[in-house]
Write a protein that binds this ligand. Structure first.
Ligand SMILES: NC(=O)c1ccc[n+]([C@@H]2O[C@H](COP(=O)([O-])OP(=O)(O)OC[C@H]3O[C@@H](n4cnc5c(N)ncnc54)[C@H](O)[C@@H]3O)[C@@H](O)[C@H]2O)c1
Length: 330
């Protein structure tokens, strides 16, 4: 039985669907802070299977323990966490408490119930800022904000835990920029308010909810001066988790993988791909650079390909199409 923390969230829900499609038994835990209980209905509508769902906060260690008492959990995929960089700068303690304390609770209960397999949602943000591209898993680590610090601290905690007990199987997955949605249009990313990320922002402009996209700087050393990032379809990302599950089933060890496509696209290239894929014009204005942004970030994906057999399948046009397919319906 696989426990998915944060399983009603954006990436968790897509992973839940993929695991059910592969006949895995799953349980979902989420406190619904950033998602809705109806996601369970959507997962059932897509797969025909209704996963067991616990509305529990990771900070509630007794509630968490109850799940392990009632079920034989062999493996955990740990998505649950807060992820807004700007908010983490304003409220670091909220992030440290939720993400780090929540993870400590989870690991203590896992250890108590002899569950030693965990796949953790890390982020390319752990690589810090001044780097040679592409980023390999051995590129130097460093963080620039409290959100990133929680990811790095949790990675380090998991390294220490593995060092203390080599029976653990730990996979650290460093995601690049997930976009897109399931083809059913039933699950996807639907942030409230003004989005922090490019694609949800573009979708709100396409819907007429925002007048234009702000492009933060067009004087970077890139193809058109705007920032370049490695966008990956959330379905590909979900597939990376299925492959990681197969890895931890048969191996103990500590494994770290980048999950990206290995290709970078600039903001204006994404805008143009979105316009072509969906036949919608996106207004944008160039503004000043945003503090902390770097020109270019993209992944070296060789390790994930060689060791997990993971290779992203979707291209940028398909990502733009699927993002809008979902956003236009919600
Ligand atoms: N989306 C991205 O761009 C991105 C990039 C890199 C890493 N990540 C990481 O991947 C994970 C999943 O991201 P997502 O985009 O699906 O985010 P999301 O907000 O859609 O999903 C996270 C889920 O965790 C739940 N949650 C948060 N704190 C909790 C707690 N204390 N107890 C129980 N549930 C809790 C939320 O309600 C939400 O449903 C996060 O850890 C995030 O930091 C995301």
């Amino acid at each position: 039985m696989i426990l998915i923390t944060g399983g009603t969230g954006y990436i968790g829900s897509h992973t839940a669907v993929k695991l059910l499609d592969q006949n895995e038994d799953i349980i979902i835990l989420d406190n619904l802070y950033n998602s809705r209980a109806e996601v369970i209905d959507s997962i059932e509508a897509i797969t025909g299977i209704r996963p067991k769902f616990y509305q529990i906060d990771l900070l509630d260690i007794n509630g968490l323990e109850q799940i392990f008492k009632e079920n034989k959990i062999d493996c955990v995929i740990h998505f649950a966490g807060l992820k807004a960089v700007g908010e983490s700068v304003a409220q670091p303690l909220k992030y440290f408490n939720n993400n780090i304390t929540g993870t400590i609770n989870l690991l203590m209960i896992m250890q108590k119930y002899n569950c030693k397999k965990i796949i953790f949602s890390s982020s390319a943000t752990v690589y810090g800022t001044t780097q040679e591209m592409p980023l390999t898993e051995n590129s130097p680590l460093g963080v620039t904000n409290p959100y990133g610090r929680t990811k790095l601290v949790i990675e380090e905690m998991l390294r220490d835990l593995y060092a203390s007990d080599n029976e653990f199987a730990v996979v650290l997955l460093r995601y690049f920029n997930p976009i897109g949605a399931h083809k059913s249009r039933l699950i996807g990313e639907n942030p409230n308010g003004i989005p922090n990320n490019l694609m949800p922002y573009i979708c709100k402009v396409a819907k007429g909810e925002l007048t234009h996209l702000n492009v933060f700087g067009n004087d970077y050393d890139t193809v058109d001066g705007t920032g370049v990032r490695d966008y990956i379809h959330v379905e590909d990302l979900a597939d990376g988790h299925v492959k990681s599950i197969n890895k931890v089933k048969n191996n103990s060890g500590l494994f770290t993988y980048n999950l990206g496509t290995g290709n970078g696209y600039s903001v204006l290239q994404v805008v143009s791909a979105f316009e072509k894929a969906n036949n919608i014009k996106i207004s944008y204005k160039i503004t000043t650079r945003r503090a902390g942004d770097v020109a270019t970030v993209y992944a070296d994906t060789n390790k994930a390909e060689e060791e997990l057999g993971f290779k992203a399948q979707y291209n940028i046009n398909e990502m733009c199409r699927d993002s809008w397919n979902y956003a236009s319906k919600h």
